[in-house]
Design a protein around this ligand. Structure first.
Ligand SMILES: Cc1ncc(COP(=O)(O)O)c(C=O)c1O
Length: 415
């Protein structure tokens, strides 16, 4: 194999030929035709309703493509809500998740027409009921939002914990906390479902199915004990991407087959997923030039024009994005490859995009392309440290590269 599976070579020439001095500090490209095709495949089923977790990539063109593919939208902040509404999406197609919903934020969301909420605390639940009643007083009509309770499960000490540890997070509440409420105490809310999502980047269908299966009994028991008719079960995201090229990929058709079983076992009318990386990671690339090359002790190092200021994820997950050189006629078959440490320009050793194979004759000025950067790229970075440029973002569609947001110098954000 001369071309890695993550690289769609139809975009290669456009990237090689793209010359723009403003983008010499690194830029993102999202291939919208490929994204559209991928999303259409995800929608070829009638088992689950799909939402897009906007945090994965809030670029307007990406949201518009998801919209066109029939996805609804999971937003976790006022900024994400504003961005989705700005693309012309009806608020009835927006779901609000996240642990930091103040009463003020809930009020603003309800006023803007959002009608589906995943609540993550007793306070959020009580505030939402108050907000809806206040709204009723103002308008004379009671509009009951759909509400899902977010549950966080733990396994007893000593038992095998399929969730990878009993570490406590602010996402949702334990079964025993939710058991303090009863659905009848919330007449202004349509408490119709449960939400659970406690895993990340899963690459095994078997493991995912095992996790989902183990969750059904505690969740159906909880619903019964608080008087809830469990109509909706939202299993969040967590469907993985093979960043490390370990040859593990989730089979979507198996996911659907497994979820049909979960739907049957839980007895719900609707099963929801909010996909982030599984929806958009593959469509995105990040391009950056090499600004220096040196041998340090016994290690070859490349210093790039940008690093974690544009792509933070490798530093916090220790999973590099895969990389390839952008060179006309490049093939690994006729190229001597060797491992380089890839560093960015920040004054911290954390600024490293990986230890990855590249041609041994790579030279200063040549460009690298990183894959799977369609999710958790531009907005999951630390762009301000050391006052570097903000990366430009492009889309590639119908064979053309179009700039959506230009690169901006530090003077655009420094005061
Ligand atoms: C509530 C919620 N849903 C969905 C997602 C998307 O996750 P993923 O990118 O793993 O699909 C996230 C990610 O943090 C999340 O917080």
């Amino acid at each position: 194999m001369t071309t890695p599976t993550w690289f769609d070579t139809t975009i290669e020439n456009a990237l090689i030929n793209h010359k723009s001095p403003e983008d010499e500090q690194g830029y993102f490209v999202y291939q919208l035709d490929a994204l559209k095709e991928h999303l259409a495949k995800l929608q070829q089923q009638d088992v689950i309703k799909l939402w897009f977790a906007v945090k994965a990539n809030p670029l307007s063109k990406v949201i518009q493509t998801l919209d066109g593919a029939g996805f609804d939208f999971d937003v976790a902040s006022s900024g994400e809500l504003t961005q989705v509404l700005a693309q012309g999406v009806d608020p009835s197609r927006i779901l609000n998740t996240g642990p930091a919903k103040s009463k003020k934020q809930l009020t603003a969301f309800v006023k803007q027409g959002v009608n589906t909420f995943v609540v993550e605390s007793l306070n959020q639940l009580n505030w939402l009921q108050e907000v809806v009643l206040e709204q009723e007083q103002r308008s004379g009509a009671l509009v009951k939002p759909k509400v899902l309770l977010r549950v966080q499960l733990q396994w007893h000490e000593g038992e095998k914990n399929p969730l990878g540890g009993n570490s406590l997070t602010p996402f949702g509440l334990s079964v025993s906390e939710w058991q303090k409420i009863h659905v009848d105490s919330f007449p202004a809310l349509n408490l119709c479902g449960l939400h659970i999502f406690q895993w990340g980047n899963m690459l095994s269908n078997e493991k995912m199915f095992s996790l989902w299966s183990q969750m059904v009994p505690p969740l159906t028991d909880l619903a019964k004990s608080i008087g809830m008719t469990l109509d909706v079960l939202d299993l969040g995201g967590g469907l993985g991407i093979d960043y490390l090229a370990e040859g593990q990929t989730l089979s979507w058709s198996k996911v659907i087959e497994d979820l049909a079983v979960i739907k049957e076992e839980s007895g719900v009318k609707e099963l929801w997923l909010e996909l982030g990386r599984f929806a958009v990671a593959e469509c995105g690339y990040y391009v950056v030039p090499v600004v220096d090359r040196k041998m340090n002790y016994d290690q070859e190092q490349l210093v790039l024009a940008a690093g974690i200021n544009h792509l933070l994820r490798p530093a916090i997950t220790e999973q590099p994005f895969p990389v390839q050189i952008l060179r006309e006629g490049f093939s690994t078959e006729n190229t001597n490859m060797q491992a380089f440490d890839l560093h960015g320009p920040l004054c911290t050793s954390m600024d490293k995009l990986g230890h990855l194979d590249l041609p041994s004759d790579i030279a200063v000025g040549e460009q690298l392309v990183f894959g799977y950067c369609g999710a958790y790229g531009f907005t999951e970075s630390m762009p301000f440290f050391l006052c570097h440029e903000l990366a430009a973002e492009y889309v590639y569609q119908n064979g053309r590269l179009t700039q959506v947001r230009k690169s901006l110098p530090a003077s655009s954000y420094l005061a």
